[in-house]
Write a new protein. Structure first.
Length: 266
């Protein structure tokens, strides 16, 4: 298999390393497309694939082409890419908010898959949702799924509109957990722990709680009830969360992120 990655920032490099780790492609068959001369030199030092420019005719020979540039940079770059990508077999876009129809029009190619990964992909624990243009063959969708699964789990969605919700829920999702953990650690500091000790308590608690959610047979309400004894310490904390509408505001924030994704796509 031959793969091209256009735009080798953080996520582009995550994919490159994952493909090599799982032997999806060899370095010789992995093209890294970068316009910046400074960035090209950095990529050459990393030695994860062949570094080239957007108008390299070899890109057209790739089985899969991943477009990982910033959405705001895509339209200008598409002018260079269009002559080469018009006949590409499979183009996977991970550009947030960029609709399939927009990419198809810019590149003159209907073989578009749109994906939304998240940052835990760096550790092979990412969550990616993807959808495909109606004209792309199922064989190419399966091939794309195998590639995306190198960074964690993936889920195919029939409805492209749901990718805005995915962006809000799992794309931005890690930041919500980081935010909660940050404030739990700060509460620990206010109660007298140094940051390292508070961090240990919170991180291990978060890890254990995740495994209870993932491996247990209790609902979230049952898990909460099991910890929150009547008149106890947990109930005291939850009463503050409820009185200040923490849960409702988290939901509102995520929906606001979804709405912002829709705005950006326009």
């Amino acid at each position: 298999m031959k793969i091209t990655i256009i735009g080798c920032g953080n996520m582009g490099l995550i994919y490159a390393r994952a493909f090599l780790k799982y032997n999806i492609v060899t370095k010789e068959n992995l093209l890294l497309v970068e316009k910046s001369e400074v960035r090209k030199l950095e990529l050459l030092k990393l030695n994860v694939g062949e570094v080239t420019v957007p108008n390299d005719a070899k890109i057209a020979d790739s089985d899969i082409i991943i477009v990982a540039v910033k959405p705001q940079d895509f339209q200008a770059l598409a002018v260079e890419l269009k002559p080469i990508l018009q006949s590409a077999k499979c183009i996977i876009s991970i550009m947030a908010g960029m609709k399939i129809s927009c990419i198809e029009n810019a590149l003159g190619n209907p073989n578009i898959i749109r994906a939304m990964p998240n940052s835990p992909a760096e550790l092979g624990m990412g969550m990616t949702a993807f959808t495909a243009n109606t004209t792309i063959p199922i064989k190419q969708i399966r091939k794309a799924e195998n590639v995306l699964n190198t960074t964690g789990r993936s889920l195919y969605l029939d409805n492209e509109k749901l990718l805005d919700a995915v962006t809000a829920l799992s794309g931005s999702g890690p930041a919500y957990f980081f935010y909660i953990v940050k404030h739990m650690i700060e509460a620990g500091r206010q109660m007298g722990f140094d940051e390292a000790t508070a961090s240990l308590f919170v991180k291990q608690t978060m890890l254990g709680a995740f495994h209870l959610i993932n491996n247990g047979n209790k609902s979230l309400d049952e898990l909460i009830k099991a910890v929150a004894s009547k008149g106890g310490t947990t109930e005291a904390a939850l009463s503050v969360f409820n009185s200040t509408a923490v849960g409702e505001n988290i939901q509102k924030g995520i929906i606001k992120a979804r709405d912002r994704s829709i705005e950006l796509s326009k």
